[in-house]
Design a protein around this ligand. Sequence first.
Ligand code: NAD
Length: 363
Amino acid sequence: MKIGCPKEIKNHEYRVGLIPASVRVYVSSGHEVFIQKGAGLGSGITDEEYLAAGAKILETAEEVWAQSDMIVKVKEPLSQEYPLMREGQLVYTYFHFASDEELTKACMEKKIVALAYETVQEADGSLPLLKPMSEVAGRMAPLMGSFYLGRAHGGRGLLVSGVPGVAPINVLVLGGGVVGRNAAKMAAGLGAKVTILDVKANVLEYLDDTMPSNVFPVYSDPVTLEEGLKEADMVIGAVLIPGAKAPKLVRKEHLKMMKPGAVLVDVAIDQGGCFETSHATTHSDPIYVVDGIVHYCVANMPGAYARTSTFALNNATIYYGKQLANKGYVQACKDNPALKKGLNMVMGKVTCEPVAEAFNLPY
Ligand code: NAD
């Protein structure tokens, strides 16, 4: 199979779909790998490293898309990339279709085969290709929130840890999955008092067993949510219903009961966000203020720590990518139900129920 990796073009996106070690895996299985010139530079990987691993370097994105049966990327195709997609081409990347109707329609029209990282799901319910980025975004969230709590950014002017004689801040984390527990661990490490809400008893039990003593797992309902919001200096949104739009747990009217200058970090923004007042922002313009509450809603947070993220992502994607390349997507999805769950679209037809539901499309 011919496998291509174009350079990412999203605002401040420095990750890349393939690392040299993954190239070696594909090449040693008999595949040809094309990397766009300079694609790895944002993650500190040179063309020479790719060449040494057995890849061919192509000058432009057009050439990579045109010559490849399978494209391995990080972020969803952007409008400049729509014309490059080809009928029957397998695109292995994050799509987050449910929050992007234009992308969904474009991929349907182009009749690509969309294998979405975010819905590959193992039998135990885990999402192995979302996990590494959720770990990065989760650990980043309290760091970003801490920075924007600074007065100059509209924040409350609070130092997360406090100092001797001044109390630390209260952090509220919504959702105790991968993002939530990594965020809680980091915030706790910085010295904050952390409350983490989830609806699943087993998740709450796990958090109770594993989290430091300054993290308090609490059942999520409208009352605990309101109590948490009133207390919070920083709120981290980390809820997920796989494949679907995030539930809007925090409504606009909730902002009035919060402390002025509190910071909301909506990590779930890539699925539409779990705060009603969230809209996606970028690394170059990451925050805005609504009713005195600072919102940080960057949709590709891990892009900022590109090298860590690129290597973490490849550690997970290569396992499934190898199956797709060696067997073709039809056989690979037959043999591996986890991969089949990642199949969101096949030649114009939506094959993922939550995506079809989001836009009233036939499924
Ligand atoms: P996860 O499935 O591991 O965790 C989600 C948790 O939310 C689950 O434990 C679930 O029980 C809980 N939940 C569901 N409904 C809830 C409710 N009403 N109240 C409280 N908890 C509820 O998912 P994850 O890997 O932690 O990802 C969370 C979100 O972060 C996803 O939308 C993911 O796409 C996103 N994400 C964003 C970025 C970014 O750059 N912005 C990066 C990585 C992940």
